[in-house]
Each structure stands twice: as structure tokens, then as C-alpha cells.
Design a protein around this ligand. Structure first.
Ligand code: RBV
Length: 439
């Protein structure tokens, strides 16, 4: 029997069409599905996932199910679920606990629901399933464990965590958390950092976020980007994509803020202005945070901003813009359009916060387009298979997927686009791997 809690099960037919549309644009993952259907590499495996419940995630979990897995799906953010897709997945036999606009308590109830499956594998985007499971095993009590226990119930979590074969992690923020757990000796099972595959971060983080972030900002505000001053906080792979596309949309100035001198220098050489946020605050029309860290835009910055400034975040958690300070220090607040809240500051100026400071691309738009998620989620599917194949051989550490798998995904993606490349001749292969030959 399928266990589920979704907004409206009658949206399934609509959701199914969305999933079909995504499948059309995810040829690599579909070829993996075809093999999984034949070989059933995940037969009898229970998977607990926390991923944005989107049409692309639907293609992934259907692929895992085709491989024989039983999937329990929780969201990865309270605002990112596509309700029609969630309904369609229930029809496919996936256990889903997700709807758009969950409270924090409902969100961790969903995480608890995923954990209650007693998974062999965890799939994460932001680390909430594996992170909460580890906290439960370690006896740490906080908001996440309190609410997760409401659905997961009392059980032997030490035994449970030890029975997990491995987990995967989709995003930079989650990988950072798992590395910190590894460093502190707290990680209890192996994690495959899907994010660290080249076919993930070079494409998803850069081109995926580059497009979907602007999609979110534009759907929310409908402002013209041409002629605007855009401030991008952070010049990691996400910040690069966002800054690059800001330029493409005609922004008059694109300013990057950074703390890392090498990245700051790259931004300068890529042709962007670089300055501290305290200076950029006065100049920007649209601010986008992409750092993964807290309070990148604080009250001190907001008070310097122009009347009408737009604030959006595209990092995984809603911590980059100090929403709490904004709430406390505003004279008034009103929702002016869906996902656009106007705050009047004590100096009389108005700033506009998008999607409560949660990731704007998934809260207002639909997340990354299917074509990039094709590669990200092919890494997820193959990582699940890799964990099973290597069960017992991996340490409780953070791993990358082997380069052969990464390159195979790139090869398949190129082939799906009808693009051919050269291969080394025998002579070239010999030359490139030798140290004797030179002038
Ligand atoms: N992301 N998923 C989608 N359409 O399902 N869009 C973006 C989707 C993921 C992306 O891989 C990124 O690492 C993560 O969301 C941030 O939470």
C-alpha cells in the first residue's frame, strides 16, 4: 500500500503530463531507466529521499523504482514542491509526503516519514534525511529531531543508522555539512557527494542556477533586468552562473561580492566589478545571494539600499538574507504580489523580499530545467547503484563518484545531443602518458 500525504491527489493527471515533458528532456536518465528496468539493480532496496519534489525528481524516483527500489520521498524545502507532480508520484507507487507551503514542523514530519522506511540508502539535497537520522542516533534533540520523531516514532536509531549502506548528497551546502561530520568523526555511513561530479556542479550549479534563478526573479517581479544594477553575493559555481546570465539579460552593472581572494580575482578577470557588500548595498537594484553562509545581507546593508531594491536568495537555506532582522526592524509589511513582500524600513525606504528568502528558483519558478537535471540525477541514480555494488567496502567518509562514471554521463549527454568528439590516436595516447619525449 502506498503511504502518502499530498495537497490534492486529483492533480495526478496534470502532474503526469509535467513528468512526461521532463522525461522528453532527460535522455541520459531515461537510458539508465531502461537498463534498470532490465537489470533491477535496486531490487528490494528501500530508499529515503529528501529532494525538491519537481518533475525532474519524479523522473529520478521513477527510475529508481524501475530498478526495483521502494522509494519514500520527502521534500527538500518547504516551498519547492510541485503539488501536481507529488500527486502523480503517488499514482506511480511512490510513498510521498510533500506539499508546497509546509510549516517547519510539517517539513520535519516529512523527513521523519522518509526515515520511518528504515532505508538502506538515503538520498539528500541539503542533508536533512541523513543529518536528522544521525542526530537521532547521537541523541541530539532539536527542532528537526523533535518533529521528525512525531512521524518516525521511537525506534533503535543507532541500529538503524548502522544498517544504512550509504547515502548521496545533491548540493554544495549538504556536502559541506557531511564533510564537517566526517571531520568531527560523527559520520556513520558513506556519503557519495553527487554535487562534486563534474557533470553535476559545472552544469547544474552554473547553467542550471544561472537560468532558474532569473526565471524565479522574473516570474515573481516581472521587472526588466536590462538597465539594472545587479549584485551577486558569492562567486562559486552558482554565483558565476547568476552573474553571467545577469549580463546576458542586459544588466547595466553586475557587481560581485566575495570573501575568497582567488574567486574575487576570477570575478574581476571575468569582467565583473568586485567590492564589499557594504558598498554594493547602496548601488544595487537586484540582490541575489549565492554563498551558502549566514547573514550575507544584514540589516546594516538593507538600511543603505535604494528605495525599491529587490532581495532574493538562491543558496540552499534561507539564512543568507537576515529576514528576522528585516521583520523586526520594519515599520510595515505587505504582500504586493505572490512571493513578493514589501518591507518599509525605519528610514522610510521600501525593499522587496522574494519567497521569504528561500531559494527563489525553486520557490517561485520550477527549479533547474530538465536538461541539466538529466546529468545531476543520472549521477544520483548511478550513485545509488554504486553504493549497493560497493556495500561493505566503503568507509564512513565522503566520496566522489569515480571519474569513469562522470565521463560516461558526459559521453551519453553528448551523444543525446548528436555531438561527436575526437578520440586519441594510439600515438597521441602514448605521447600524452609518457615523460621522455620533448623538444
Ligand atoms: N535542483 N533540483 C531541481 N528541477 O528538481 N532544480 C534544482 C529540480 C537542485 C540542484 O541540483 C541544487 O543542487 C539543489 O537543488 C539546491 O537545493
Amino acid at each position: 500500500m502506498v503511504e502518502y500525504k499530498v495537497r490534492d491527489a486529483s492533480l495526478a493527471a496534470k502532474g503526469r503530463l509535467q513528468v512526461e515533458w521532463a522525461e522528453m528532456h532527460m535522455p541520459v536518465l531515461m537510458s539508465i531507466r531502461e537498463r534498470f528496468s532490465r537489470e533491477k539493480p535496486l531490487k528490494g532496496v528501500r530508499i529515503a529521499a529528501s529532494l525538491h519534489v519537481t518533475k525532474e525528481t519524479a523522473v529520478l524516483v521513477k527510475t529508481l523504482a524501475a530498478g526495483g527500489a521502494e522509494v519514500y520521498l520527502a521534500p527538500s524545502n518547504p516551498l519547492s514542491t510541485q503539488d501536481d507532480v507529488a500527486a502523480a508520484l503517488v499514482e506511480e507507487g511512490i510513498h510521498v509526503y510533500a506539499w508546497k507551503g509546509m510549516s517547519v514542523r510539517e517539513y520535519y514530519n516529512a523527513i521523519g516519514f522518509a526515515i520511518s522506511s528504515e532505508p538502506h540508502i538515503t538520498l539528500d539535497d541539503g542533508g536533512d534525511v541523513a543529518g536528522t537520522l544521525h542526530k537521532l542516533a547521537l541523541g541530539i534533540s532539536d527542532e528537526s529531531t523533535k518533529y521528525a520523531l512525531e512521524t518516525a516514532g521511537v525506534r533503535d536509531y543507532v541500529k538503524l543508522v548502522k544498517s544504512v549502506l550509504g547515502g548521496t548528497e545533491e548540493t554544495t551546502t549538504g556536502v559541506i555539512r557531511f564533510r564537517a561530520m566526517e571531520r568531527d568523526g560523527k559520520l556513520m555511513y558513506p556519503i557519495i557527494a553527487v554535487n562534486d561530479s563534474y557533470t553535476k556542479y559545472l552544469f547544474d550549479n552554473r547553467y542550471g542556477t544561472g537560468q532558474s534563478t532569473w526565471d524565479g526573479v522574473i516570474r515573481a517581479t516581472n521587472v526588466l533586468v536590462a538597465g539594472k544594477v545587479v549584485v551577486v553575493a558569492g562567486y562559486g559555481w552558482v554565483g558565476r552562473g547568476v552573474a553571467m546570465r545577469a549580463r546576458g539579460l542586459g544588466a547595466r552593472r553586475v557587481i560581485v561580492t566575495e570573501v575568497n581572494p582567488i574567486r574575487a580575482l576570477e570575478a574581476v578577470f571575468d569582467g565583473f566589478e568586485v567590492m564589499p557588500m557594504s558598498e554594493a548595498a547602496e548601488l544595487g537594484d537586484i540582490f541575489i545571494t549565492a554563498t551558502g553562509d549566514i547573514r550575507v545581507i544584514g540589516l546594516e546593508h538593507m538600511l543603505k539600499m535604494k528605495n525599491g531594491a529587490v532581495l532574493a536568495n538562491t543558496g540552499h537555506f534561507n539564512v543568507e538574507i537576515d529576514v528576522e532582522a528585516l521583520e523586526k526592524n520594519s515599520i510595515s509589511k505587505r504582500e504586493i504580489r505572490p512571493f513578493v513582500v514589501e518591507y518599509t524600513l525605519t528610514n522610510g525606504r521600501k525593499v522587496y523580499l522574494l519567497a521569504e528568502g528561500r531559494l527563489v528558483n525553486l520557490s517561485v519558478a520550477e527549479g533547474h530545467p530538465s536538461e541539466v537535471m538529466d546529468m545531476s540525477f543520472s549521477n544520483q541514480a548511478l550513485a545509488s547503484e554504486y553504493i549497493l555494488r560497493n556495500a561493505g567496502r566503503l568507509q564512513p567518509r565522503v566520496y566522489r563518484l569515480p571519474q569513469e562514471i562522470d565521463e560516461e554521463i558526459a559521453r551519453l549527454k553528448l551523444a543525446s545531443m548528436g555531438i561527436k568528439i575526437d578520440t586519441l590516436t594510439e600515438e597521441q595516447a602514448r605521447y600524452i602518458s609518457s615523460w621522455e619525449s620533448g623538444t
